[in-house]
Design a protein around this ligand. Structure first.
Ligand code: BES
Ligand code: MN
Ligand code: ZN
Length: 488
């Protein structure tokens, strides 16, 4: 999908060449390119401010049909995310203009963080991620992504080529997760979603196992079964195992896979309920991460555990007040059937820990509206009893701009989960601090300190899309987890 060209931008035959411009500094060494930018800046409507744009047509001496100038603002303010965003906007614009080819010219800037990739990295990433349209359900496909995106940049010795192939794979993983999250729930009932994951993993060196409701009954996973009881489709649990020939560390990733969250008997209000097709975004991110880690030959052993259910009301549905025994043998009073994510994760987490004895467990879940209240729609909440682990996730979040914020796990709040009838209840007795009490509930089902919970209820879905994403699933978490796992 990404093609590297070492030609001068003026010589690249394309529908649209894209140049990046700062307010105060030239970002290109080539004199022809620098001259073009100078000419663009003579127009008062274009000054290189962040987000500003100018389009030239039919420039003599330039092979491209058009040249798009994209403002990045002051040179010192340019960072990976502003490059991702600008590249993404350029690609989206090209798709909107129904062009069939595009070439982006990598600007020469030193990014602020010394750990960061060369500027070609975020340019390729933003371009790749923006080059996607979720249009399977439209009769007429109005906009088509580019078949390939040309990246013009020198940096010899094949560095940029390796970067391009790695970034292509990582973005492909993010887009896979997006597709799953955007897919309507009628096409991803638990059995269908489970099969789709197995199918997507089939070409990689992965072991895929799907547990059905009978297996879960045998294993005593009554929390998952209780959440799925109201649906006409039985729950599944998908386990994807990536095990390279020699590995030192093993990680289990657990992902919440609620294919639709109606709330169950505690039915959700109708406004915005259709967005609850995204309640399997944790499982989508985990599946896409394991598949991509295999493609990239990561060095650690990675197991994805994805409990998949549909939370529906019916005559067979679990009632508020019902008590179930979990895989861990602890009993849970289901005080609210809409707090279903923590129930399926309880079984999945304790199963993952007991069965795989990993060096660490990370779960990802669209767990609480309270986390969205706390951190807004762009940031995920990170909860871990282990400071090194949460710091590692937060570091990855800075590199990938899949932003995470470290949250507390105060021991004394645990009493809010006391039940009069069972070992624990699934909702707190107060509505305050709902993201924290949800995380504390999960903590009751993990013994190791090397556990981290990531609440992605906010960033998993973007109704309006972003600079490098259309409306729908964002694929949040795939780049984050891959970055983190690369360092394990
Ligand atoms: N899937 C929801 C959380 C959610 C909310 C995800 C908004 C994405 C956007 C979760 O299952 C849920 O319903 N949580 C309840 C918990 C409550 C009943 C304690 C919530 O947040 O209201
Ligand atoms: Mn719910
Ligand atoms: Zn839910």
């Amino acid at each position: 999908m990404l093609k590297i060209s070492r030609k001068d931008i003026a010589a690249v035959k394309t529908d649209m060449a894209v140049l990046f411009v700062s307010e105060n500094k030239s970002l290109y060494k080539g004199s022809a390119t620098a001259d073009l930018v100078k000419r663009a800046k003579t127009y008062p409507e274009f000054d290189g401010k962040a987000g500003s744009e100018l389009l030239f047509y039919d420039i003599s001496g330039v092979a491209a049909g058009r040249v798009l100038f994209c403002g990045l603002g002051k040179a010192k303010d340019i960072n990976s995310e502003s490059l991702r965003a600008a590249a993404g906007r350029a690609v989206k614009k090209g798709i909107g203009m129904k062009l069939s080819s595009i070439a982006l010219c990598v600007p020469e800037v030193d990014l602020p963080d010394p750990e960061e990739l060369p500027s070609a990295g975020p340019v390729m990433e933003g371009a790749c991620l923006a080059n996607h349209c979720f249009d399977h359900y439209r009769g007429k496909k109005e906009q088509k992504p580019f078949k390939k995106i040309v990246i013009c940049g020198d940096s010899g010795a094949g560095v940029i080529d390796d970067l391009a192939s790695r970034i292509s794979l990582i973005c492909k993983g993010t887009l896979l997760a997006r597709e799953w999250v955007s897919m309507p729930s009628n096409d991803k009932r638990p059995d269908l979603f489970a099969r789709s994951i197995v199918k997507a993993s089939a070409k990689e060196e992965l072991k895929a196992v799907v547990m059905d409701d009978r297996d879960m009954k045998k294993n005593g996973m009554h929390a998952i079964l209780a959440v799925g009881a109201g649906s006409s489709r039985r729950p599944k649990m998908v386990v994807l195992e990536y095990s390279p020939k020699s590995w030192n560390k093993s990680v289990v990733l657990v992902g919440k896979g609620v294919t639709f969250d109606s709330g169950g008997i505690n039915l959700k209000p109708s406004s915005g309920i259709s967005e609850m097709k995204m309640d399997m975004a944790g499982a989508a991110a985990v599946a896409a991460t394991v598949i991509t880690a295999a493609r990239l030959n990561y060095g650690c052993r990675i197991t994805g555990v994805m409990p998949i259910v549909e939370n529906m009301p019916s005559g067979d549905a679990t009632r508020p007040g019902d008590i179930v025994k979990t895989y861990s043998k602890k009993t849970v009073e289901i005080d609210n059937t809409d707090a279903e994510g923590r129930l399926i994760l309880a079984d999945a987490l304790s199963y993952a820990e007991k069965e795989y004895k990993p060096d660490m467990i990370i779960d990802m879940a669209t767990l609480t509206g309270a986390c969205v209240v706390a951190l807004g729609e762009k940031l995920a909440g990170v909860f871990s009893p282990d400071e090194d682990l949460s710091a590692g996730i937060v570091d990855s979040s800075k590199r990938t701009h899949e932003r995470c914020w470290n949250m507390p796990l105060p021991e004394d709040y645990k009493k809010l989960l006391k039940s009069d009838f069972a070992d624990i209840k699934n909702v707190s007795s107060t509505r305050w601090g709902g993201a924290i009490t949800a995380a504390l509930f999960l903590s009751e089902f993990v013994k190791t300190k090397k556990w981290c919970h990531i609440d992605i209820a906010g960033p998993a879905y973007a109704a309006k899309g972003g600079d490098y994403a259309g409306p729908g699933g964002t694929g949040f978490g795939v780049r984050l987890l891959l970055d983190f796992l690369e360092g394990v």
